[in-house]
Ligand binder design. Structure first.
Ligand SMILES: [Zn+2]
Length: 180
C-alpha cells in the first residue's frame, strides 16, 4: 500500500470495519488522489451546485493532504420515466420539482430543502443500470422523503399521487401518519 507508517496505520490494519470513516457518504464516493494516486480520498463536504444540477464535493487525500474538488452530475439524457400505461418519457427534473413545490406551498420548507430533496430522489430513482423509474416508484420516493420534512406537504402530495377521493382517504392516511 502507498501509505506512510503512522498516518495510514489504521487503514492498513483494516478490513471493512476500519475503513468506515472513509465511507461515510458511500464507498462509491471514493476517487483517486490527483497528486499521489492514493485510492481513498475523503469527502470533507458536499453541497448542491448549479442550482441543484450537480453536487460539488471537496475532498482530501489522507496520505498527502492534497485537497481537490469534484462535481457529480446526472446523465440526464439517459433517465426515463415509465408511466402507468406503460409508455415512457424522458425524466424531467423541473416537473418533479414543480410537483413538490406545489405540495410545499406556504409551508416552512426552504428552496434549499426542496433542491436537496429532489437531488436525493434522483439519486435513489436512477441508481439502476437502465436509469429507469416508474411514476409509481418516483411518487413513493417523494412521499418517503417528504414525510420526514413536512407532514402537511406530505398529505398534499399523497392526495394527488394516491388519488384520494374523499375525506375517508385523508383520514386513513392521517391515521397511518400518526401511528409512525
Ligand atoms: Zn494524495
Amino acid at each position: 500500500m502507498l501509505r506512510p507508517p503512522g498516518r495510514g496505520k489504521s487503514v492498513l490494519l483494516a478490513g471493512r470495519r476500519m475503513l468506515r470513516p472513509f465511507r461515510r457518504t458511500g464507498q462509491d464516493d471514493r476517487m483517486k488522489c490527483p497528486n499521489c494516486a492514493s485510492p481513498d480520498t475523503r469527502v470533507i463536504n458536499s453541497r448542491p451546485a448549479n442550482a441543484g444540477e450537480s453536487i460539488r464535493r471537496r475532498r482530501e487525500c489522507p496520505v498527502c493532504q492534497t485537497r481537490f474538488t469534484t462535481y457529480e452530475i446526472i446523465e440526464k439524457a439517459e433517465m426515463t420515466v415509465i408511466k402507468r400505461n406503460g409508455s415512457t418519457a424522458p425524466y424531467s427534473r423541473e416537473r418533479l420539482q414543480h410537483g413538490i413545490e406545489k405540495a410545499c406551498r406556504k409551508r416552512p420548507v426552504s428552496a434549499a430543502q426542496i433542491e436537496a430533496l429532489v437531488n436525493g430522489i434522483e439519486r435513489d430513482a436512477f441508481q439502476n443500470p437502465h436509469k429507469e423509474v416508474t411514476t409509481e416508484q418516483l411518487g413513493r420516493l417523494v412521499l418517503k422523503r417528504l414525510k420526514e420534512i413536512d407532514q402537511v406537504a406530505y398529505l398534499r402530495f399523497a392526495s394527488v399521487y394516491k388519488q384520494f377521493r374523499d375525506l375517508h382517504d385523508f383520514n386513513t392516511e392521517i391515521r397511518s401518519l400518526l401511528k409512525d
